[in-house]
Design a protein around this ligand. Structure first.
Ligand SMILES: [Fe+2]
Length: 342
């Protein structure tokens, strides 16, 4: 059993109803952004225009969450529906695929250019989220995508469940999970392990480590859109959870690889964690477009038409069929790759 750190929530806003009205006035602006997104073309989207569209959506999403917590605590639940719809609209905008910015056969989408957006829990603490499609369609939820969440020590998610199974890879920190099978259970995963929750199992992740933690979750479209919060114990759905370790490991002089196979009624993919020693190079030619994520260190990716450098939290975009090399920088590199089978 482990416990969350307790953090005192800041005082409520003086006028939550006025806050809702002000927020709802932003619907028209968001609608214009959604229409603009319909016309986006992969490879012709600039980082500046991506940020211009996502920034107001991130602001509205966060304000909706804060106001919703205030309303809930005051028992003013009548306006939550309209606030929820507005947040959904903002979240649709936030699912603009950052890989639309990738140009040519080899490029990098940098984390430092992404727009910060947050999920806010019942104590007012923030979890930074970002996501990218494992494809180059307009929205992340038009195919499989990855969600990266960054939390501070002590951060606890709101209890929630999804209609599909979830597999969350833990990086850096120690992540605990509360989940329910009739009574509360706790599981713990450390760096390089996956927390698996069966479909509809109510769960909440907690960063129980001493440093900020990252989790990476591959989401298929339904899993990305359907996130069902549970505000009271009565709404908890019972299920099962496990900690998964790699099914295969290879260790060579200058590199290591660990592979997870995810196969169930909803998913078919593998995850590979690759560790390269300083200066080590991985040469490959993939059958499908590849989007390696840099967990740590730096890599230089080179192909026929040039080279790009990528650092921590950056995503590379490499076209299918192109022979390329990923060479680790002086501090080595750690990469996360997903191969979708279906
Ligand atoms: Fe979840």
């Amino acid at each position: 059993m482990f416990h969350d750190s307790s953090v005192v929530r800041r005082s409520p806003r003086p006028d939550p109803i006025g806050g809702v009205e002000a927020l709802l006035r932003r619907r028209a602006d968001l609608l214009v952004i959604e229409e603009e997104q319909e016309g986006l073309v992969a490879g012709r989207v600039s980082g500046a225009s991506h940020a211009r569209r996502l920034r107001p959506a991130a602001e509205v999403s966060e304000a909706c969450q804060e106001v919703a917590w205030d309303l809930r605590r005051r028992g003013l639940t009548g306006l939550l529906g309209r606030l929820g719809e507005l947040r959904d609209q903002a979240e649709r905008i936030l699912r603009e695929n950052p890989l639309l910015q990738a140009r040519g056969a080899l490029d990098v989408v940098r984390f430092r250019d992404s727009v910060p957006r947050h999920v806010i829990n019942s104590r007012g603490e923030r979890e930074r989220r970002t996501g990218w499609g494992l494809h180059r369609r307009i929205r992340n939820d038009e195919g499989p995508s990855v969600v990266l969440a960054i939390t501070r020590p002590g951060y606890r998610q709101l209890d929630h469940h999804h209609p599909v199974p979830e597999y969350t890879l833990v990086a850096d920190s120690v992540i605990g999970a509360h989940w329910w099978d009739g009574r509360r259970r706790d599981s713990i995963a450390t760096d390089g392990e996956i927390l698996h929750f069966a479909a509809n199992t109510t769960h909440a992740l907690v960063n129980i480590g001493r440093r900020p933690g990252r989790t990476l979750t591959v989401k298929y479209p339904l899993g990305l859109k359907a996130w069902i919060p549970v505000f009271s114990g009565a709404g908890r759905a019972h299920g099962t959870a496990r900690v998964l370790r790699p099914v295969a490991r290879t260790v060579r002089r200058d590199r290591e690889s660990a592979v997870f196979e995810i196969e169930d009624e909803c998913h078919g993919y593998s995850i590979e964690l690759i560790r390269l020693a300083a200066g080590a190079a991985l040469r490959a030619r993939r059958e499908r477009d590849d989007y390696p994520f840099v967990l740590a260190g730096t890599v230089e990716a080179s192909g026929r038409h040039g080279a790009v450098r990528a650092g921590r939290n950056d995503v590379l975009a490499i076209r299918a069929g192109m022979p390329h090399a990923l060479r680790a920088g002086d501090a080595g590199a750690r990469l996360y790759r997903v191969e979708i089978r279906r």
